[in-house]
Design a protein. Structure first.
Length: 198
């Protein structure tokens, strides 16, 4: 109820969600401060048009391409890849030089301190569901996670996603700090097309 009142107080109706959209991922800290001051849809439309134009002619289509990739490969359950931290990584930073995905089951008694890892393979090993069931039988949490490790030149980051809900985050504080720096640098830089040149 408070959120609805706040939205009407700012006058944003048509553009109320734009500030958390994949295009908005590219806002610098200064632009986020400007967006926070926007009052009403007319001001929002002016801000968005200026923002998109300042990013170049291919900005909107490039963001759409990256969103489609994030949604195709990083969606978990009802959480679209483009609406997650793991999606934000590839939308803002572009395609990684390499990416690995591993599944694990948290086996600590609700502490998250111990884990069993399972890499997807055809070796006949236990499935993630089998591991989760075994952990629950032992009185452990049995929570399933999918870890995405994205590698870029001079930097890699692992985003852990709840395999049931799709919510995600970074456990390593130094990686999280470095990622925020890289997000800000990417927001300030021109967006380079990921499409092959013809």
């Amino acid at each position: 109820m408070v959120l609805v009142a706040l939205l009407f107080a700012t006058g944003l109706v048509k553009y109320q969600d734009w500030g958390t959209s994949p295009q908005a991922y590219f806002m610098t800290k200064a632009e986020r401060a400007q967006w926070a001051e926007v009052k009403g849809d007319a001001e929002a439309e002016q801000f968005i048009n200026k923002f998109v134009a300042s990013r170049g002619t291919d900005f909107a289509s490039e963001v759409d391409t990256r969103v489609a990739i994030a949604d195709k490969y990083l969606t978990i359950g009802k959480t679209k890849g483009s609406e997650s931290l793991r999606g934000k990584v590839i939308i803002l930073l572009g395609p990684p030089t390499s990416m690995s995905v591993s599944d694990r089951v948290e086996t600590g008694p609700h502490s998250g301190t111990a884990s069993m890892y399972m890499n997807a393979s055809a070796d006949g090993g236990p499935s993630m569901d089998d591991m989760a069931d075994a952990a629950r039988r032992e009185g452990l949490s049995g929570k399933k996670f999918r870890d995405y490790t994205f590698a870029y030149p001079g930097f890699s980051v692992t985003v852990a996603a709840d395999a049931n809900t799709g919510s995600d985050g970074i456990a390593d504080r130094s990686q999280a700090v470095e990622l925020e720096k890289r997000f800000e640098a990417a927001a300030a830089a021109p967006v380079v097309s990921t499409r092959p040149k013809q």
